[in-house]
Ligand binder design. Structure first.
Ligand SMILES: *[C@@H]1O[C@H](CO)[C@@H](O)[C@H](O)[C@H]1NC(C)=O
Ligand SMILES: *[C@@H]1O[C@H](CO)[C@@H](O)[C@H](O)[C@H]1NC(C)=O
Ligand SMILES: *[C@@H]1O[C@H](CO)[C@@H](O)[C@H](O)[C@H]1NC(C)=O
Ligand SMILES: *[C@@H]1O[C@H](CO)[C@@H](O)[C@H](O)[C@H]1NC(C)=O
Length: 475
């Protein structure tokens, strides 16, 4: 109906087509024309998809060729200033898929108010703590059970093991960017979760430290995949536990982004074991969302965290760091001359803590990988984190409601950043900031762990992933 009306309308308006015979001749022509138009549109839309797939495969191929070449040459030693990030990670950086032209898609779409939902929860101070959880009562109840009954068996290693440096906990207080990994091992070994009896263990911990192996001259970054492969071979031959579950009740912890290449020669670890990592990206093939767990990258700070109210924070938003990613470059390009959003390429000349205390919002921008220590930095100084790291599987996200204490902004919206941030009312901001202060206990490591701190939150994440069935072996 609609089509014949269209044709009729069209033809009756074109004077020279009034001849009924010519009209009859032209109808099939028009139909053919419309059909070909439809086919062309269809092909171009599907071929766009194909193009992206090819693009993706090409990059994957490039990364595997590149990395195998590099590991053959054992040339993974990076220039000293590169923070030990391999060619592999550089390629990951490029793998953010330009799936469609967002500008086009976004035109005419109303801008979301990212914290609209906080209006309802912007209420009494005593409600604030509940807000940071998806379900606080359930969490507390489950946590108590976890704390009481959860048991971990750690593969034992002797003090004179040639790789004791990577397998045993460090003596000193962990420090630096990747401290989370060392803190976890240290805390676990001293905790009541440890069992010496494998038959009562819920999970098995493989205590190799990616951060330590990275600095070990015998291994280096390029040798880590071989080390992990050999480790799995050893434990699966010396003990029956790995084979019993295919590795499903085993886990390791890694904070450096290089950890994402660790399982390249041990697929079974990647596919079955629980990887507790800082580089938790939905888009990273080494990370399996839901199976693996995200641990926060935290630069350890000691003492009581300072508190500064919103009114004393003069800057709207702040970022400082290396311009080593597309997101960071785009933020710099868009906002470098702004009077309210401060973006600094490289380290600040003034104290970092002053900037974190002097800003309402602190930007966490994806670098080589989705994770940096900046969320923890921001929270320690009571600054509301703004996370621009697409595909970041945020730490503890199945327990904590990140919307209550942070803003997660898609990298598409970098040009709208100021509009988004200034669109947040002072009441909404106060609620966000109160929640930052309520949530920050979960982003802190202690030499002697305390309830609900980063260590216990990771334990809880592991607890949620326990329960694999162990098939008894013959003989
Ligand atoms: C997306 O499309 C718009 C409108 O056609 C165009 O102005 C813009 O340059 C395009 N952007 C990219 C990144 O291709
Ligand atoms: C967790 O267990 C430890 C050691 O038994 C105990 O001291 C602590 O009070 C427990 N915490 C909770 C919340 O149950
Ligand atoms: C575990 O499985 C591997 C591969 O099938 C086998 O070689 C190994 O002997 C098994 N380990 C034990 C302890 O039986
Ligand atoms: C900041 O506030 C928190 C929570 O109210 C409190 O525990 C902490 O001691 C305060 N820190 C300082 C330095 O006042």
């Amino acid at each position: 109906m609609a089509r014949s009306w269209f044709l009729h309308y069209y033809f009756s308006r074109s004077g020279h087509l009034s001849d009924p015979f010519r009209r009859l001749i032209f109808i099939p022509t028009w139909l053919a024309f419309l059909t070909s138009l439809f086919i062309i549109v269809y092909i171009s839309s599907t071929s766009k998809l194909f193009m992206h797939h090819h693009h993706h495969d090409h990059l994957l191929l490039k990364s595997s060729i590149g990395s195998s070449r590099i590991s053959q040459q054992s040339a993974f030693d990076m220039p000293p200033k590169s923070v030990g990030v391999s060619a592999w990670t550089y390629i990951h950086e490029d793998r953010d898929p330009p799936v469609w032209n967002h500008t086009t898609v976004r035109q005419g779409i109303e801008i979301r108010q990212p914290v609209e939902s906080h209006q309802s929860s912007d209420s009494n101070g005593n409600q604030v703590k509940d807000e940071v959880f998806h379900g606080k009562d359930i969490f507390l109840q489950d946590y108590k059970e976890m704390n009481r009954s959860f048991k971990i068996y750690v593969y034992p290693h002797r003090k004179d093991d040639p790789f004791a440096n990577a397998l045993l906990p460090v003596h000193s207080e962990p420090g630096g960017n990747y401290a989370s990994e060392a803190y976890f091992k240290k805390a676990l070994m001293k905790s009541h979760f440890i069992t010496k009896d494998p038959s009562e263990a819920d999970l098995f911990y493989m205590p190799f430290s990616i951060a330590a192996l990275r600095h070990d001259k015998r291994v280096n970054v390029g040798g880590i995949p071989d080390f992990v492969k050999a480790y799995i071979y050893d434990i699966s031959h010396a003990y029956p536990y790995w084979n019993r579950s295919g590795g499903a009740d085993h886990f390791y912890v890694a904070c450096h982004s290089i950890g994402s290449t660790a399982t390249r020669k041990a697929e079974e670890v990647k596919l079955k074991a629980i990887q507790v990592v800082c580089s938790s990206s939905y888009f990273l093939t080494a990370y399996v969302s839901h199976k693996d767990a995200s641990v926060p990258q935290i630069w350890p700070r000691h003492g009581d965290p300072p508190n500064l109210s919103a009114s004393n924070r003069k800057k709207l938003a702040f970022f400082a760091g290396a311009m080593n990613s597309r997101v960071r470059k785009e933020v710099l390009k868009t906002w470098k001359d702004d009077s309210e959003i401060f973006v600094n390429s490289g380290r600040l000349k003034t104290p970092y803590s002053d900037a974190l205390l002097g800003s309402k919002f602190c930007l966490h921008l994806k670098g080589f990988e989705v994770n940096t220590a900046r969320i923890g930095d921001a929270m320690f100084y009571g600054c509301v984190p703004v996370i621009i790291a697409d595909y970041y599987d945020l730490p503890f996200t199945d327990i904590l409601d990140w919307k209550s204490f942070s803003l997660v902004v898609p990298s598409l919206d970098i040009p709208l950043l100021k509009r988004i941030l200034t669109g947040i009312s002072s009441d909404q901001y106060s609620a966000l900031q109160r929640n930052v202060i309520a949530a920050r206990q979960h982003f802190k490591w202690h030499p002697f762990p305390v309830d609900y701190d980063a260590f216990h939150m990771v334990m809880y994440e592991l607890w949620l992933r326990r329960g694999s069935i162990k098939v008894p072996l013959h003989g």
